[in-house]
Design a protein around this ligand. Sequence first.
Ligand code: GLU
Length: 291
Amino acid sequence: MTAPIFRFAPSPNGELHLGHALSAMLNDDLAKMAGGRLLLRIEDIDTTRCTPQFEAGIYENLRWLGFVWEEPVRRQSAHFGAYREVLAELVRQELVYPAFMSRGEIRAFAEAREGDGTGWPRDPDGAPLYPGLDKTLGSQERQRRIDEGRAFAWRLDMAAALARIGRKLSWQEYQDDGLAEVATVEADAAAWGDVILARREIPTSYHLSVVTDDALQGVTHVVRGRDLYHATAVQRLLQELLGLPAPLYRHHRLILGEDGRKLSKSMKSTGLTALRTAGATPQEIRRLVGL
Ligand code: GLU
């Protein structure tokens, strides 16, 4: 049997904080426990928000924490070609369509329905589902709009995708901080509606690149924060559509701030650089995150 493969996959769009430390340390602990490998992946597809400084900060803080990863590190921004091919496969399968409504237009559409009592569904993150009005545009009209330079995103035709699979999907979720017990979780991808899989300027999205990379890198164990629990449904669907293997999942508790909310990348008191320069030790960080 080949060794299990774990990965820690931060985005360099801010400072690492205690939440990242928990994720990194848990991946490290579990990889050691399972006799597995540990990869670091830099998820920097958002070239407007990710910076070389934040990326350097990730390496520096992880090294300080004692996190050891394999080289070379996969940086997603260097692999747009690979994502473009996966997107092309979904275009070929007619499971994605160019969607032209802006975020403001979607919000206005949903608010109008909510205002007149009709109601409009929201995804697990609270954003209104895409109305999908342009799903039925003819190919000529689509091309005309694209040639005109209209902004658009490639969205998954969720109804068509679910029909293509034709059965319920699920994933295996570890139930504790160890690797003892797994449970089957039903994947409700429909709750997300027609999710964005790529943009005009960036040939990928969070979901598309994560699924592509987890498969390409042979990741067997995805250990990440609870905030991505529901996103797993979309990722399982994409894995099935693309014929990719399903890793095992563990969505760990989040570290909350004093206000009871999820930590944000701008919070000074919980940033790893701030804690390190204030004299904290990696052992203290372990204790702070409850490991
Ligand atoms: N890059 C994502 C983040 O920093 C994590 C993605 C994942 O673990 O699937 O939130």
